[in-house]
Design a protein around this ligand. Structure first.
Ligand code: TRP
Ligand code: SF4
Length: 365
């Protein structure tokens, strides 16, 4: 069982074996101009993504839905979702960004007003600063608590889901509060409502998420099937990306500040944090010259791979220089932390302008 509300680290291989997630590599070759996260295997799995490739090729229209549960500050790992949304926006997708304030109320005890503020000052501000264009017509952002269409759909769909099913998918028990029990249905409705007639009818839909969200995806796909005759839903597709490792080598998590580079950090702090990160270096310089480093176990390399080096050729050189023992970690950290500082200099400038725009987005509703 996968619990979307715990922060356990998942075994990616197991997901593919046990839950029927397919390796993304099998269809990477069919994607035109794949983004870095796909090319570099960070997006490692999918369900039914062929349908989305086809829709992109034929320009026949598709939707992307990916939400956020406001619970804390955004860290650099969360940037991956935004990178994907930016790419899909270029592919002409209809983009839906639910803000899961109902979920954070029932699963985290966060009040609605606090969620709204977090959504504005953290999530939307960063989304805009990172380059997602909310001025485009085909991008829809909403708070779950304010979306009557989504709430009504959740209620309608809920009739064909029973308590035993919810228990076996999520491990809910007798002490799970009823709001929490219900909130996955709201997420199912987030994902399926773009297919309602008033939003243009049935269409391929992709949900890019971390693998912890897969229980919701499975539930959504099952429910879509159950309501096929009523709504003509097309089962949604999904992709799964690896989580970024935290600075300490554990999972990066907003609730453990020592592990995370926050998008609201200053350029100096972000730079320092890269310098403090756990590397795949050896005990001594001598040893590293002889044996080379282990980029696969290196948080600094992950930063380069996920976020900092856009040129594949340049990244390849850095990888080999590490492996061969040509580059030492000190030097490598200097390069990486300098890149991070530059990235944050740009980002913090953009964040300053973005917050006003972020506030307007949620006031519109
Ligand atoms: N549950 C997601 C999270 O924890 C947020 C979410 C709400 C979501 N609705 C969604 C994700 C729809 C993908 C699609 O962050
Ligand atoms: Fe990591 Fe760079 Fe050291 Fe290699 S040289 S282990 S990539 S910090």
């Amino acid at each position: 069982m996968i619990d979307p509300w715990s922060s356990a680290i998942l075994d990616y291989e197991k997901l593919i074996e046990q839950f029927g997630i397919k390796p993304f590599s099998e269809l990477l070759g069919n994607v035109d101009n794949p983004p870095i996260l796909m090319k570099r295997g960070i997006i490692f799995g999918h369900r039914d993504y062929g349908r989305i490739i086809k829709a992109m090729r034929e320009k026949s229209g598709f939707a992307v839905v990916t939400g956020m549960m406001p619970s804390g500050k955004m860290h650099i790992g969360h940037k991956m979702i935004v990178d994907q949304l930016i790419w899909y926006q270029k592919q002409g997708a209809d983009i839906y960004i639910p803000i899961a304030d109902m979920e954070s109320y029932s699963a985290r005890g966060i009040e609605f007003e606090e969620s709204r503020e977090l959504a504005i000052t953290e999530y939307l501000t960063n989304y805009i600063a990172l380059g997602l264009d909310f001025k485009k017509k085909n991008i829809h952002t909403y708070l779950q608590s304010e979306n009557k269409v989504v709430q009504d759909l959740a209620y309608i769909l809920g009739r064909r889901v029973n308590l035993n099913e919810m228990k076996s998918i999520y491990g809910f028990s007798g002490s799970t509060n009823i709001s929490h029990l219900y909130v996955p249905l709201v997420q199912v409705a987030d994902i399926l409502h773009p297919q309602l007639e008033e939003f243009g009818g049935p269409k391929p839909t992709v949900v890019p998420v971390g693998p912890d969200q897969d229980p919701h995806i499975r539930l959504t796909r099952d429910i879509a099937e159950r309501f096929k005759s009523k709504f003509k839903f097309i089962a949604p597709s999904s992709t799964y990306h690896r989580f970024i490792t935290g600075l300490t080598g554990d999972k990066m998590s907003s609730s453990k500040p020592k592990t995370a580079i926050f998008l609201s950090d200053s350029p100096e702090v972000a730079e320092k944090k890269v310098k403090s990160a756990k590397t795949g270096g050896r005990e001594s310089l001598e040893e590293q010259r002889q044996l080379g480093g282990v980029p696969e176990d290196c948080v600094v390399y992950e930063m380069l791979l996920y976020h900092l080096v856009s040129s594949d050729a340049e990244l390849k050189d850095m990888y080999h220089d590490c492996k061969n023992g040509t580059t030492m970690c000190g030097e490598c950290k200097n390069t990486a932390s300098g890149m991070m500082r530059k990235f944050f200099q740009e980002l913090s400038k953009k964040r300053m302008i973005a917050e006003g725009d972020a506030r307007k987005i949620l006031n519109r509703n």
